[in-house]
Ligand binder design. Structure first.
Ligand SMILES: C[S@@+](CC[C@H](N)C(=O)[O-])C[C@H]1O[C@@H](n2cnc3c(N)ncnc32)[C@H](O)[C@@H]1O
Length: 265
């Protein structure tokens, strides 16, 4: 029984994230908002978000996913968001390339690698003392000025060698890094670096240079960080790309049609 539980806990957590935790959080959010309306109270962090909302199930199918190291540190994606991201990774064919901008502790990187067998995951992080081309947000200094990055996959290298060996750790400022080896080669790009407006615009341009014409781009923190929200809405307003906010999450997704060459920027 203990061995059975040990083997299957990760799968249960993966199931729990998108099939239980996410729908329950939708209900609790609705109750909380309703209660605020009744009490005439405003959420000080609330932002008006205008991108169309879609349930994740309308975008991606439900292959089982498995979590390790699912506990969130401040700065990481929510449990349900990790589930949605891993579902996208789970549908990639072997030898696909994933690119993450913003490694942080490497929890998402590690779970993407675990759920995308045979795929490579490149992850870029800003070294703590690095100068940046654009200004970052004062509120994100503690995500940047940390001791190290990627410690979650680094400490799992012996336990999960197959997944960790497929991760490439890269360092630099996303506005100055040389992305040439990855251009037009990525099947999934996750944009989760600086939350400053100028960075989100620039990282989005980079994501479109990296992605294949069958790929998917996902952004984090829409409706959470004003710089992210404004940047994505401006881009959608100008380019009409068809960006969608995944229901109950701060994730925004764009899927290439598979037909046309990528033209943005
Ligand atoms: C919110 S955390 C990323 C969380 C991570 N993707 C996850 O899911 O656990 C943002 C990360 O982006 C990095 N970052 C901030 N500005 C950056 C830049 N200009 N270039 C590259 N990385 C940057 C920070 O150092 C931090 O590690």
């Amino acid at each position: 029984m203990a061995i059975f539980l040990k083997k299957n806990t990760g799968y249960f957590q993966g199931f729990h994230a998108t099939e239980i935790y996410l729908p329950v959080s939708l209900i609790t959010d609705a109750v909380r908002n309703f209660s605020r309306v009744l009490r005439n109270k405003k959420d000080v962090y609330e932002q008006r978000a205008i991108l169309p909302v879609m349930p994740w199930k309308s975008i991606i199918h439900r292959k089982p996913i498995c979590f390790q190291e699912s506990r969130k540190n401040d700065g990481g994606v929510r449990f349900s968001e990790l589930g949605v991201l891993c579902r996208f990774a789970r549908h990639l064919s072997p030898r696909s390339q994933i690119f993450e901008i913003g490694t942080f502790d490497g929890r998402t990187t590690f779970n993407l690698a675990l759920n995308a067998p045979g795929c490579r995951v490149a992850t870029l992080d800003l070294p703590a003392k690095n100068k940046t081309l654009f200004a970052t947000e004062p509120g994100e200094r503690h995500f940047i000025e940390k001791e190290g990055s990627g410690q979650i996959f680094l400490k799992n290298a012996q336990r999960f060698p197959d997944a960790v060996e497929r991760i490439t750790k890269l360092y630099g400022d996303s506005a100055q890094f040389d992305f040439t080896p990855y251009e037009g080669k990525c099947d999934l790009v996750f944009v989760d670096g600086s939350h400053a407006h100028e960075y989100v615009i620039n990282d989005t341009k980079t994501a479109f240079r990296l992605i294949k014409n069958t790929g998917t781009i996902i952004w984090h923190d829409y409706g959470v960080w004003p710089g992210v929200t404004r940047a994505l809405e401006e881009i959608e307003g100008k380019k009409k790309l068809g960006l969608k906010n995944i229901q109950g999450t701060s994730l925004v997704v764009w899927k290439a049609s598979g037909r046309d060459a990528i033209t943005f920027p």
